[in-house]
Design a protein. Structure first.
Length: 116
């Protein structure tokens, strides 16, 4: 099933930007909807955005207009461009199939910290 390796996180000031990457293996990447998720201070995993196999996208209200999800099927990689970051975006970010199957594993995630 899904194996994901996330990267690109870091410490950024409010208003800054980061671009996250996620390389996925174990599935036919191009045929699957891929989602970005995060676990923040409430310690609950929430979906941030997803992109379908036909490149349709969907975002939670909190990130609309600030985050952009994209994918490169040739590289089995999904991206999350995050602009105008806010302290409340601080979280560990993960990617996985959307929706994830019970058998899908989760990667180590990438930490995003937004702080002055």
């Amino acid at each position: 099933q899904v194996q994901a390796v996330e990267s690109g996180g870091g410490l950024v000031q409010p208003g800054g930007s980061l671009r996250l990457s996620c390389e996925v293996s174990g599935i036919n990447f191009g045929l699957n909807t891929i989602g970005w998720y995060r676990v923040g201070s409430k310690n609950k995993r929430e979906r941030v955005a997803f992109i379908s196999s036909t490149f349709s996208t969907n975002y939670v209200d909190d990130v609309k207009g600030r985050f952009t999800i994209s994918r490169d099927n040739a590289k089995n990689t999904a991206y999350l461009q995050m602009n105008s970051l806010k302290p409340e975006d601080t979280a560990v970010y993960y990617c996985n199939r959307f929706p994830p199957l019970e058998a899908d594993s989760w990667g180590q995630g990438t930490q995003v910290t937004v702080s002055s």
